[in-house]
Design a protein around this ligand. Structure first.
Ligand code: GLN
Ligand code: ZN
Length: 809
């Protein structure tokens, strides 16, 4: 142990001396521009970073945004926090020796929304009247306002980041409406940092869009390419005029299975841009998977493009394509430092990959980079002062990854920092052999699950009959999905308990009171199946991870999920097991307060996996099976304690779906199997619910049905009821389903009529006896002043329809 502590301190003192954003922030008035410029030229190696977290090491941006949205501070305050964060990030990259430093990777909400704003593609309902788009219109698109709901949000590829989906159609008039990219380039320049401005590439932008309301579903968004390019050209011209010598187009869609038309759109777009970009080095950056051979061929023959960035962590096969046919004289940005995880890079292995690549592309054409934007990892390990030292020695967050990138770049240039490399090698060796990683019993039990099937013995329709008799529910039963508003008071109680400032007795009393309040409220609202409100949980994954073995936690390891929302993924470093029941106490307390059914509330294995930083030393399915076994024990303990309905959330099942079709069936197979393992042992009368966020389910609907839950609730209201269309198209579903009837991401309160209309639409698709009525998701981010009227309208709408349905009979 001591040995590792010493090794780590070598690492951490290194990063500490290199990174001190706060001192910089405080001195930013007397801007050390010359110092920066000097540093920049003197130390920079062939190193690059695709993008960087925006929130700040202590989520400074989150708090500034929320205070602005609440009207507690003005736009200048928000802009000041944002500018300070950008400056400190650039400074940090300069200090780490990064040569190609990105700009315009900052965002007040989302980089795709920034592109929509740049292109002036504001849907008419947000009332934009032309001119430079300001916070008003920008945040209305992102969050909705009292009059109109927000734009749809969906997952950014297979990450837990969510972007705002552009809505486009033949009538959209694109115009240059936000100069953010140029402004940020100039801002960095005034600090002495010559950056690479980053734009979402025009083709990925269109491929990530959806047809606006009323536009034919068959409308090809790629038809708009010639309308967006003039704006891109204007931006490029301005960047050039401002002195930019590089530009980075993020084209992550290139890793998908694209049709030849789609590939053709890339060739077309970049040949159209060719004359505008002369004099600039153009980097096309891809990430999140291998680039398919066809796409690789197309992109590397584009004229006017001088550099290509590849994710060599998730896309290890791309290395073969590079070896095979990388164009001579072009730059290769080799993404060897993982932007999606928190493990320290295996520097020796990376170095040998890089050396191999250097032989192909040439010494001065190889740039060491991150696999993708560091947006998807935690910010700075330096802030983890109370983490176990051995585990800490195995990790690298964004700030440490900058150092790794530069260490590799230096090593390539013959300036290998031997001490840094050997500390890294020792940390890897300790992780491999550590007894805290290995639990042989768990490994055996998980291995035994493979190759056999696990599902409930009775079919869904017979189970539902038994449950109907036991639970005695009305038509269109109403429920909510778990959490109730997390008030400041509740957060304070949890915080104080954690810090040992209040006793266990006081804590239990306070949480019990809160649960009682939530139960009484639901009874008053006349909801049919109740929840306890989850006041004891700060996060649906962390809560379980904290009680399972094999998990570690960070104090500040936040990762942006959407807008100002961040999550703090646990780190799964070892074999997973459940030392004792995790939720039985609170569920029993809640059930004792009411005669109505109280749903037990668990997070499913796939979601725990997908929302954690997962170990990279065994296959993901292996870890998932281990978690499934732990959750299975919990499900059975809840049943024994008399809980008749148990919701096992699989909010993140869809997002773990591999991007490439060839890998999807395998994932779905083990993911759905893991879910079934958790509840294959319960009685017919125990009703298993599951809940999933986002309705991009059309392509995996058969797997969702194969989960064999009794009741599925799915987000629906923010995506124009896309979900219903699958069922309209004839997919048969025998169990119960609750497509969300209102959007919980927005403060807007839906009216009874509006909800009734939604339910009516659902009734044209689903049989009356299988439909449930519930919101889209948990209510933890909302306020009671929003939740009470919204739920009251929801129950009123359900009752209205029940009355209509029975009077028709
Ligand atoms: N039960 C969870 C909650 O209500 C579900 C949240 C989610 O699906 N993201 O908070
Ligand atoms: Zn949800």
């Amino acid at each position: 142990m001591r040995k590792f502590a010493v090794m780590f301190s070598a690492l951490s003192s290194l990063s500490l001396s290199i990174y001190s954003p706060l001192s910089f922030r405080h001195s930013s008035n007397a801007r050390p521009a010359t110092f920066l410029r000097f540093n920049f030229c003197f130390r920079a190696m062939a190193s690059h970073v695709v993008g960087y977290p925006r929130m700040g090491p202590k989520r400074e941006l989150k708090f500034a945004l929320e205070s602005f949205w609440d009207g507690k501070s003005g736009s200048e305050d928000l802009e000041k926090v944002a500018a300070d964060l950008r400056a400190s990030i650039w400074k940090q990259m300069v200090d780490a020796g990064i040569k190609y430093i990105p700009s315009n990777t900052f965002s007040y909400y989302d980089q795709v929304l920034d592109a929509t704003t740049m292109l002036g593609a504001v849907p008419p309902r947000y009332g934009w009247k032309g001119g430079e788009i300001g916070f008003d219109v920008y945040f209305s698109m992102a969050r909705g306002n009292s009059a109109v709901p927000a734009m749809e949000m969906t997952k950014w590829f297979d990450t837990n980041y969510h972007y705002i989906v552009p809505e486009l159609g033949p009538d959209v008039k694109f115009s240059y409406a936000s100069h953010k990219a140029v402004n940020e380039y100039k801002e960095a320049k005034s600090l002495g940092v010559d950056t690479i401005p980053v734009l979402i590439g025009p083709v990925s932008y269109l491929l990530l869009s959806k047809p606006a309301k009323g536009v034919e579903k068959t409308f090809s968004l790629l038809n708009l390419i010639d309308s967006v390019l003039p704006v891109y050209k204007e931006v490029v011209a301005e960047l050039k005029a401002a002195g930019a010598s590089w530009i980075q187009f993020d084209e992550p869609s290139l890793v998908l299975d694209l049709s030849s038309d789609q590939l053709q759109a890339f060739s077309h777009a970049y040949s159209q841009l060719e004359s505008s970009v002369t004099g600039l080095n153009v980097l096309i950056e891809t990430y999140f998977a291998d680039v398919p051979a066809e796409a690789f061929k197309m992109m590397t023959t584009l004229k006017g493009v001088t550099a290509f960035g590849f994710d060599l962590v998730r896309g290890s096969k791309t290395v073969d394509l590079i070896k095979d046919r990388f164009p001579s004289g072009k730059y290769l940005f080799a993404g060897v430092v993982d932007g999606r995880n928190i493990w320290a890079n295996d520097l020796a292995t990376s170095l040998s990959i890089l050396q191999g690549l250097e032989n192909i592309v040439g010494k001065d054409k190889l740039v060491v980079s991150t696999s993708c934007s560091l947006l998807h990892t935690a910010v700075d390990l330096v802030n983890e002062t109370s983490m176990d030292e051995e585990i800490k020695s195995w990790l690298a967050f964004a700030a440490q990854k900058l150092i790794e990138v530069n260490a590799l770049a230096k090593a390539l240039k013959g300036q290998k920092d031997e001490a840094f490399f050997s500390a890294n090698a020792a940390a890897h060796a300790s992780r491999k052999s550590s007894p805290r990683v290995i639990n042989e019993d768990v490994q055996k039990a998980a291995a035994a699950l493979r190759g056999t099937d696990h599902r409930r013995a009775t079919g869904a329709s017979a189970r539902l009959e038994s449950q109907k008799r036991k639970l005695n529910l009305p038509l269109l039963p109403t429920t909510t999905l778990g959490s109730f508003p997390q008030t400041l008071e509740i957060r304070k109680i949890r915080r104080e308990y954690k810090a040992n400032k209040i006793s266990e007795e006081e804590y239990v009393k306070a949480i019990t009171e809160e649960i009682n309040k939530v139960v009484k409220l639901q009874e008053e609202l006349d909801i049919d199946v109740l929840v306890h409100g989850e006041p004891e949980r700060n996060d649906m994954v962390e809560y379980f991870g904290e009680q399972l073995s094999g998990f570690a936690f960070t104090a500040n390891g936040w990762v942006q999920s959407y807008g100002s929302r961040c999550v703090k993924p646990p780190i799964i470093y070892g074999d997973v097991s459940r030392p004792k029941p995790m939720t039985v106490f609170w569920s029993s307390v809640a059930q004792s307060m009411t005669k109505r059914p109280m749903k037990g509330m668990l997070t499913g294995p796939v979601t725990i996996l997908n929302w954690s930083f997962v170990r990279d030393d065994q296959p993901r399915f292996e870890t998932c099976y281990q978690i499934a076994l732990a959750i299975k024990d919990e499900v059975e303990d809840l049943e024994k304690a008399g809980i008749g309905a148990i919701q096992i959330d699989e909010a993140a099942l869809r997002e773990g779906l591999p991007l490439r079709k060839s890998e999807q069936a395998f994932y779905l197979d083990w993911a759905v199997h893991s879910f079934r393992i958790t509840n294959c042992g319960v009685q017919d009368t125990t009703q298993i619910h599951t809940h999933m966020c986002y309705s991009n389910f059309n392509d995996i609907i058969h797997s969702i049905i194969d989960m064999d839950a009794d009741v599925i609730s799915i987000e629906n209201s923010r995506s124009d009821q896309k979900l219903l269309s699958v069922f309209q198209e004839g997919v048969r579903y025998g169990a119960c389903i609750g497509p969300g009837v209102y959007d919980i991401h927005s403060p807007r309160i839906p009216s009874t009529d509006e909800i009734a209309e939604k339910i009516n639409k659902m009734l044209t698709v689903f049989a009356t006896n299988i439909l449930w009525v519930n919101p889209d998701c948990g209510l933890k981010t909302r306020k009671y002043t929003e939740v009470k009227p919204a739920l009251s309208n929801m129950v009123a709408a359900a009752k209205l329809l029940r009355a209509q349905l029975t009077s028709y009979k």
